[in-house]
Ligand binder design. Structure first.
Ligand code: GLP
Length: 245
């Protein structure tokens, strides 16, 4: 996993957006997956800005959701679909058929897994932008997760249930997440893991120095065939040894 450090989160966002734009300009019907959460928000702004300037055209691209809280849909502020919908899909003017996203409220989650798995099996992922949880989770692939799995439903880790209140206006009794699995993530043609801010510095350090293990899911990205890039700002990289910067 190659670490690439930029001065601040804005510069990271510009670099990540440039990667995505390059891919879509080469392949207009590319399949792009962007994580929910706070970290990718500046990347989304950058993509919208560049699309407004006509530097890129997303009208043929597909956008796949990485994960969702089981029980939530777009009417809940802080759900993954609401974050992506309001901050990226709508501003880009995407059509419904361009968006392939887990329905966290589906009665039959198995069917939901099958639907998303079938799409990815057919089209693959050209690019995936991942964030890292405070416990090293990727999507909702929590510590201890099965790593040779396609999309799956995973019980939320204790750290995730503690951290999750930052996304929601009220306390929610959430216990599970639905997420793409590592089998699909590792097969993506381009993988970018992004971390910004001082609070991620410790988990970034652990990820960089730990051999691949399902106990620290972000380390599993080291098994990707096409090397994953770890994009950091100086704050998130602040605990790394000089030589790995
Ligand atoms: C969340 C989401 C992930 C996200 C990660 C980091 O719980 N399940 O998709 O990438 O944790 O979130 P943030 O960027 O808000 O720190």
């Amino acid at each position: 996993m190659k670490t690439i450090t930029f001065k601040d989160s804005q510069k990271v966002a510009k670099a990540v957006a440039a990667e995505i734009i390059k891919i879509v300009n080469q392949k207009p019907n590319a399949v792009i997956c962007i994580a929910g959460g706070d970290t990718p928000l500046p990347v989304m702004q950058e993509l919208i800005h560049e699309a407004d300037l006509k530097k890129v055209d997303f009208s043929k691209a597909y956008f796949v959701g990485l994960d969702e809280w089981v029980g939530l849909g777009k009417e809940t502020k802080g759900s993954c679909i609401q974050t992506l919908q309001d901050n990226l899909y709508e501003p880009l003017g995407l059509r419904e058929e361009q968006i392939i996203f887990f329905d966290g409220k589906a009665n039959d989650l198995e069917k939901e897994l099958d639907r998303i798995n079938a799409f990815i099996a057919k089209k693959g992922l050209d690019f995936i932008l991942l964030g890292i949880g405070m416990n090293g989770h990727i999507g909702f692939n929590e510590p201890g997760v099965t790593i040779d799995s396609e999309a799956q439903v995973v019980a939320l880790d204790e750290v995730t249930t503690r951290v999750m209140s930052k996304y929601f206006d009220e306390q929610l009794p959430l216990t599970e997440g639905i997420t793409l699995g590592f089998k699909q993530i590792l097969a993506a043609k381009n993988i970018v893991l992004m971390a910004t801010g001082l609070k991620k510095a410790e988990i970034v350090k652990q990820t960089v120095k730990t051999k691949p293990t399902n106990q620290l899911p972000a380390t599993v990205l080291k098994l990707a065939e096409k090397e994953a890039d770890f994009y950091l700002d100086e704050a998130a990289a602040s605990l790394l040894e000089e030589e790995s910067l």
